[in-house]
Design a binder for this molecule. Structure first.
Ligand code: MG
Length: 256
């Protein structure tokens, strides 16, 4: 087939598709749901923060956190120290952006190399660890949901390089009696790579026992772990996620 014939054939196919679409223009599916207009936001520069984010750390101070007295801010980042910072703000379902860097100088091995963690609702840990050429148990390596699920791949950058976590969190829901109604789900991108894909959590993430759900409010803080190892953080922000307001005003239908 010559190029000219190919182009002509594709044009005919295109016109036929348009004709088929045109025949459908007379009918339209209507969901019967009246949606509010999605809010207009400014996504901000690469890495954010978007205009609707709560900025928890912008490189200047840790005033948005409790228990951060021994975390030292300098040169636009914060260096982990004794204590586990807990955000003063609490969040339900949310998107969390965190940047972190393991120590440039390699010390220790396994769980002892820049071990830290990002805790959703102060309870559920996404492991932070230097897993660049550093083996440990897989459900405890960098990006693991600690003791529950390893990352789908190891997307770690080299020691000392800045790395990103983008976490999409759907928290567990409990009824008035404290019974679990809906478990937690988490998606995590590490350096832009999906490493947790809508994973369903079995409960909390301790080292010493099986995970379990204990009832808690629908909102909780973000917290960071100090495990005795050097690790740095910067550019931490959170967006609460809510569905677009809507109401059903009719049954689904086809308008002709
Ligand atoms: Mg940890």
């Amino acid at each position: 087939m010559t190029r000219t014939t190919l182009v002509a054939s594709l044009t005919v196919v295109g016109l036929l598709c348009l004709a088929a679409d045109a025949s459908l223009f007379g009918a339209e599916y209507l969901s019967g749901i009246q949606w509010s207009e999605p809010a207009v936001i400014d996504p901000g520069p690469p890495g954010g923060p978007p205009s609707d984010a709560v900025v928890l750390f912008d490189g200047k101070d840790m005033s948005k956190w409790d228990k951060a007295e021994k975390w030292i801010v300098k040169d636009g980042f914060v260096e982990a120290g004794p204590g586990a910072p807990v955000s003063k703000d609490v969040f339900g379902d949310c998107q969390v952006h965190v940047e972190w860097a393991s120590a440039e100088e390699i010390k220790g091995e396994g769980q002892g190399r820049s071990n830290s963690g990002v805790f959703l609702m102060g309870i559920y840990e996404v492991q932070v660890l230097d897993s660049f050429g550093n083996k440990t148990y897989f459900d405890g390596q960098c990006g693991a949901i600690y003791k529950q699920h390893p990352p789908l791949v190891n997307a770690c950058r080299k020691p000392g390089e800045w790395q990103t976590y983008d976490i999409i969190w759907k928290g567990p829901k409990f009824d008035a009696e404290g019974k679990l109604v809906s478990p937690a789900f988490i998606t995590v991108l590490h350096n832009g790579v999906v490493i947790q894909n809508h994973f369903q959590l079995e409960g909390d993430t301790p080292y010493h026992r099986a995970p379990e759900y204990k009832p808690h409010p629908d909102k909780g803080p973000i917290s960071l772990q100090y495990h005795g190892n050097p690790v740095r953080f910067r550019n931490i922000w959170v967006r609460e996620l809510q569905d677009v307001a809507h109401e059903r005003v009719a049954e689904p239908s086809i308008r002709k």
